[in-house]
Design a protein around this ligand. Structure first.
Ligand SMILES: [Zn+2]
Length: 153
């Protein structure tokens, strides 16, 4: 579901690591005795964990909801697995499924990068600018906005 020939490798690799618990979130670092702030750098309300970052956090949930609007109909914020499952549950054809799965993978990549930029670089993106990327020349950011018609080619 994560790996696909049309996916950019960095998006798939980051999503794969998120699924496997390979991204070093605060809860993992604390469990290993590495001192780190537990608080989510986006919402500052909850402890940071894989489930919280993807996508139980209001910040990242609001971003993914812009690309997958049907998530707004859920009663609770979904976790990573539920977001991927929701794409498959929409009844889309294969091209649209691939497009939305790529979008989820890219959202994970850019959210993780924004998290690291906040913690280590002091760079803050808001919910509206993060999906755009800091530079419009950034190919990954533009990919999120390519029309589905172009994706089918
Ligand atoms: Zn949060």
């Amino acid at each position: 579901m994560v790996w696909h020939k049309k996916y950019a490798l960095r998006y798939s690799a980051t999503a794969w690591m998120a699924f496997k618990g390979g991204l070093k979130t605060a809860d993992i670092l604390n469990a290993r005795g590495i001192i780190s702030s537990n608080t989510c750098c986006f919402c500052h309300l909850e402890n940071e964990s894989m489930a919280h970052l993807f996508f139980e956090c209001s910040f990242t949930f609001n971003i993914i909801k812009k690309f997958l609007p049907w998530l707004g109909n859920l009663l609770m914020k979904p976790n990573l697995f539920q977001v991927f499952d929701s794409v498959l549950d929409q009844g889309f054809n294969a091209s649209h499924v691939n497009y939305y799965l790529l979008t989820v993978c890219a959202s994970i990549y850019f959210s993780w990068r924004a998290r690291n930029d906040r913690i280590f670089g002091g760079i803050l993106d808001c919910q509206n600018t993060l999906p755009l990327g800091r530079s419009f020349g950034q190919p990954g950011a533009m990919l999120l906005f390519c029309p589905i018609r172009a994706w089918n080619r």
